[in-house]
Design a binder for this molecule. Structure first.
Ligand code: K1U
Ligand code: ZN
Length: 172
């Protein structure tokens, strides 16, 4: 089932999310719904607070090649274990901040540990867009948005645009 994506500003997007202790069928269904929501948006990642659930769960698939097989990843309790010294700047977007993009600099490579959909512990290194995306999604679990990396004036400008968009959406 496709879920509704919250639009910034929303207090739920600023909260610290709780670790998942028990991998229930309800949480697996939430992960499946999040993948469906992400693919339909379309997007390359999604975090549980973006659909109003304050649990540490993210999904991502950064395989963008035309005709390539999907490579969905479901991560419960993802944790960055190590980061590279090298940094990478990428123009980021966010499904909770539609049609706004800005350059964000982050470590170019990250090692991430997580629990998968079957409850198995996993650890893997990511680079390129995958590294950017997994850091962006883990930030969501800590109540942090990509606009929090921008200068206050730019952040305010984007927030005002989103307030206007939400007023317009509420009218229809
Ligand atoms: O967290 C989110 O809101 C998803 C976000 C992830 C992200 C994008 C860019 C850099 C870092 C993290 C998105 O998916 S925005 C949409 C997007 O980037 C995209 C959509 C369709 C095709 C390719 C990219
Ligand atoms: Zn986002």
């Amino acid at each position: 089932m496709k879920r509704t994506i919250l639009i910034h500003p929303d207090p739920r997007l600023k909260k610290l999310c709780a670790p998942v202790s028990d991998l229930t069928d309800e949480l697996r269904e939430l992960a499946d719904d999040m993948l469906e929501t992400m693919y339909k948006a379309p997007g390359i990642g999604l975090a549980a607070p973006q659909v109003g659930v304050l649990s540490r769960l993210i999904v991502l698939d950064c395989e963008k090649e035309e005709g390539a097989n999907p490579e969905p990843l479901v991560m419960f309790n993802p944790q960055v274990v190590s980061t590279s010294e090298e940094q990478n700047t990428y123009e980021e977007g966010c499904l909770s901040i539609p049609e706004q993009f800005a350059d964000v600099t982050r470590p170019a490579e990250v090692e991430v540990a997580w629990i998968d959909r079957d409850g198995k512990a996993q650890q893997q290194g990511f680079d390129g867009l995958w590294a950017t995306c997994v850091q962006h999604e883990i930030d969501h679990l800590d109540g942090k948005l990509f606009i929090d990396y921008l200068r206050p004036l730019k952040r305010q400008m984007i927030t005002r645009r989103m307030q206007k968009l939400k007023r317009e959406l509420a009218r229809v």
